[in-house]
Design a protein around this ligand. Structure first.
Ligand SMILES: C[S@@+](CC[C@H](N)C(=O)[O-])C[C@H]1O[C@@H](n2cnc3c(N)ncnc32)[C@H](O)[C@@H]1O
Length: 462
């Protein structure tokens, strides 16, 4: 029988040094606001896996290594997001509390529901052993957190999403690193005109009435083509105000416009134009801040391919990817199409066709939706295993809602297995073996999920 350790350590000896002293070398200082167990675990893995130079350059959860501030700490310091004065105190405190987690670089440009904490993604890229020059894939990138964060770390990336709006938004966030500043300043001086042009193109006026003629044209060909298409006078008119017809700049302004229309529909407190002014000012502040940080740190932004695609049939060769991170739609809790209906309609997207491709939206009854969801997720996992190099990692962040699953399956809540366990079982059918699971509570602004699991799988060939 194993001998039980009898010697007690004195309280004084334990308390005088503290827990961190035992976990981390003395020269590592943790990031402020780190207060969750999964964050401490990721910090611990980073401290074990990365060299000190790598911690300074790419670490997510350390503020200092010796006397040197880390790149992540410097990037997050200062005012995080210039929120409009009329923002609710709840929103302000959310961003203050999450200064190091989410409100940095270009991540805060569009409030996308179900978005990852970029700081967590940075740590996962590190603990999966990805280094500058390697390639990470997110086959369901949503607002592009993985490609944007990887690029900041010098890691190449491929991001896919079935939704054209997600592709558009992610590209804007990536392009923000290199946008010319002068046209943006010009745009801020001409907000009224720019807002009018977008309103015309999307068939809306400030008063909310519809300009059907323009709108019908837009829904046929999509707003981007409508604005920038050959022979279009809209791009020329825009260029008169901002001095360029560069599509990256127009797309950036359009995202701010979409943001303001969406926000005004949700809050109803301010007119879309008032919001557009405030949002555009904030967007431009974000671009200037990150470009300033990047110039001062001599960082190289890694290339990213941001594409429209279907995670169930990934158009990539076998074994070409060094790591995968993604989060599937939270079973059927969030209807991404309804959330983005205005933007998608304005982009000329056929909503019925898109719905058929969206994991979690196929099917009529809850039971049928669940069956199709599981079928689709199995296809996604099989594709992930196929494109991943042997021994590399695939991390899936899974929100689970036992109440909803119990309804879908018609069984008591206590008997529900949990979506993360269902997905782990499906993954093992495709040679993806569980390596480590971390859990975290969701503390976002408005959430129907209570728990989320970070499931790290490794591709092991039989
Ligand atoms: C939970 S969200 C991902 C959010 C993302 N992690 C982020 O940080 O913004 C899931 C995404 O899966 C996308 N999606 C749904 N079905 C898809 C499919 N068949 N192929 C690719 N993407 C899909 C949705 O459009 C949605 O953006």
């Amino acid at each position: 029988m194993q001998k039980i350790k009898e010697n007690r350590v004195k309280s004084e000896t334990v308390l005088s040094k503290g827990m961190f002293h035992n976990l981390f070398p003395d020269n590592l200082v943790l990031m402020p606001q780190l207060n969750e167990v999964y964050e401490l675990a990721l910090a611990y893995y980073e401290s074990k896996i990365l060299t000190e130079t790598e911690l300074v350059q790419n670490g997510a959860y350390f503020a200092r290594v010796g006397n040197q501030f880390t790149h992540h700490y410097l990037m997050c310091m200062g005012e995080s997001l210039r929120l409009p004065q009329h923002s609710s105190s709840r929103l302000k405190s959310f961003f203050e509390k999450n200064q190091f987690r989410t409100g940095y670089a270009s991540h805060g440009l569009f409030p996308y529901r179900g978005k990852f904490h970029p700081q967590m993604i940075k740590a996962l890229i590190n603990v999966m052993g990805l280094k500058p020059g390697d390639t990470v894939l997110d086959p369901m990138m949503g607002s592009g957190t993985v490609p944007v964060e990887a690029s900041l770390m010098g890691v190449k990336s491929i991001g896919l999403d079935a939704s054209p709006f997600c592709r558009f938004m992610s590209q804007v966030k990536y392009d923000a690193f290199s946008l010319p500043i002068h046209p943006l300043d010009q745009a801020l001086k001409n907000t009224e005109k720019i807002f009018e042009l977008f309103s015309y193109a999307t068939g809306r006026s400030d008063s909310g009435s519809k300009n059907d003629k323009a709108f019908n044209k837009v829904t046929e060909i999509g707003i981007l083509e409508f604005i920038t298409g050959s022979g279009s006078s809209l791009a020329d008119q825009m260029a008169d105000f901002i001095g360029t017809d560069k599509s990256e700049v127009l797309d950036f302004l359009l995202l701010a416009y979409f943001d303001s229309v969406g926000y005004s529909e949700r809050s109803k407190r301010k007119s879309p134009f008032t919001l557009f002014q405030a949002i555009l000012e904030r967007y431009i502040f974000v671009v200037k801040k990150i470009q300033h940080v990047l110039q001062n740190s001599n960082s190289n932004i890694a290339a990213s391919k941001i594409l429209l695609g279907d995670a169930r049939a990934i158009e990539l060769e076998d074994q070409c990817i060094g790591g995968i991170i993604f989060s599937p739609p939270y079973s059927f809790a969030i209807n991404y199409l309804e959330n983005d209906a205005f933007h998608l309609n304005s982009m000329g997207v056929n909503m019925d066709q898109l719905k058929n491709k969206m994991v979690g939206l196929r099917g009529k009854t809850l039971k049928e939706k669940y069956k199709l969801y599981i079928e689709d997720i199995a296809r996604v996992l099989s594709e992930c295993a196929r494109v991943l190099k042997p021994d590399c990692f695939c991390t899936i962040i899974i929100g689970t809602n036992d109440n909803q699953l119990s309804k879908a399956l018609g069984i008591p809540k206590e008997q529900v297995k949990g979506l993360h366990k269902i997905i782990i079982d499906l993954a093992s059918n495709h040679g993806l073996s569980p390596m480590r699971t971390l859990s975290r509570q969701i503390s976002g602004m408005a959430n129907t999920m209570r728990n989320e699991y970070i499931v790290i799988l490794q591709r092991k060939d039989a």
